[in-house]
Design a binder for this molecule. Sequence first.
Ligand code: PMP
Length: 392
Amino acid sequence: MSAQRTYFDWNASAPLRPEAREAMVATMDAAGNPSSVHTEGRHARDLVETAREQVAVLVGANPAEVVFTSGATEANAWALGGWDTIFLSGIEHESVRAPAKISGARLVDIPAGPEGRARIDALARFEMDALGRAVVTLQMANNETGILQPVTEAVSFARQHGLSVHTDATQAAGRVPIDFVDLGVDLLSLSSHKLGGPKGVGALVIRDGVTIAPLIAGGGQERRRRAGTENVAAIVGFGAAASLALNDLETVGDLAARRDAIERGLIELVPECVVIGQSSPRIANTLCIAWPGKSAETMVIKLDLEGVAVSAGSACSSGKVGSSHVLEAMGLAADMAKSAIRVSLGPTTSDRDIQRLLAAWLAVRGPRSMERGSIGTQDQVRPRFERIPEGV
Ligand code: PMP
């Protein structure tokens, strides 16, 4: 087993940015409660409000629209409570699907096509009556495939029928530009740890004028929208990470080039692999690749033993690995869905990391004869050699 670790699971959680860490450490000794009126309290309040502005800038929102939560799971659960009807797709993250299911709302399925995108046009056939208070929820980018979803189309559909719109922007923030105002959604969920901030903090961005009942009642924090003393250090780290993530958007092309180099390298070594969503618009850092016939679970373990961290399906959910509900919702055959792994990278992923991943892939694959499957005479048997992937 290799002692050197190479991390390709940024969609599960990105490494903490040193600047976010520093900002948090500097904050941890601040004693004040942001709700207190004395100097210490006001200092803590300033820290929270600065972070709120940083997060607001990342998504083009007004700071007053940003409400801090314990993460995107809470933001999604909050956003999806209190509706009579919820339109949602099978490709949503479990933190959207589960609260929708237990909310008691009528659920309307938005089908997903084999290209991995929700088919808003399919809703045209749906009888739009007796919906009550209704919301369309559509993620901005899928956590397993990276495929970008037609949120603008969902907004037009919703506006046409007087529905509200929620988007889970957890995997898109910092990877594609987001303009909350232009986008026109009512509610948008964010998570800090996907941006290189700390875990356990996120936000629900609530469009000015939209009211939703608090999920957590108690004190008057967050303008009475989310009770509980703010996690000041985590919020500060989130703010720092959000600012840096905004700068990352300038180099997102380099990230895509690295992702594509990985894609080419993996396929060159195992040509029967299939890239999921290759021709769909995707966030630059995500690659979902299936090696037909191989269990993703086994691949994750084998690559881990070679020192490389990747994931199978939605591994952020509990270490549980099985067939991916996202890939099944896209209509992929169950054995293909079971063999898909996710490789996700970030702004500090280096050429060296890519070389290590490809070396691990090669080690897992093992030697292969160039004449594999062909029947030849003894003197036709060629020496086995490994091809070194180019361009990485
Ligand atoms: N939505 C998506 C699309 C995600 O990828 C995740 C994290 N796996 C979440 C929501 C949940 O975020 P958090 O970990 O902040 O609760």
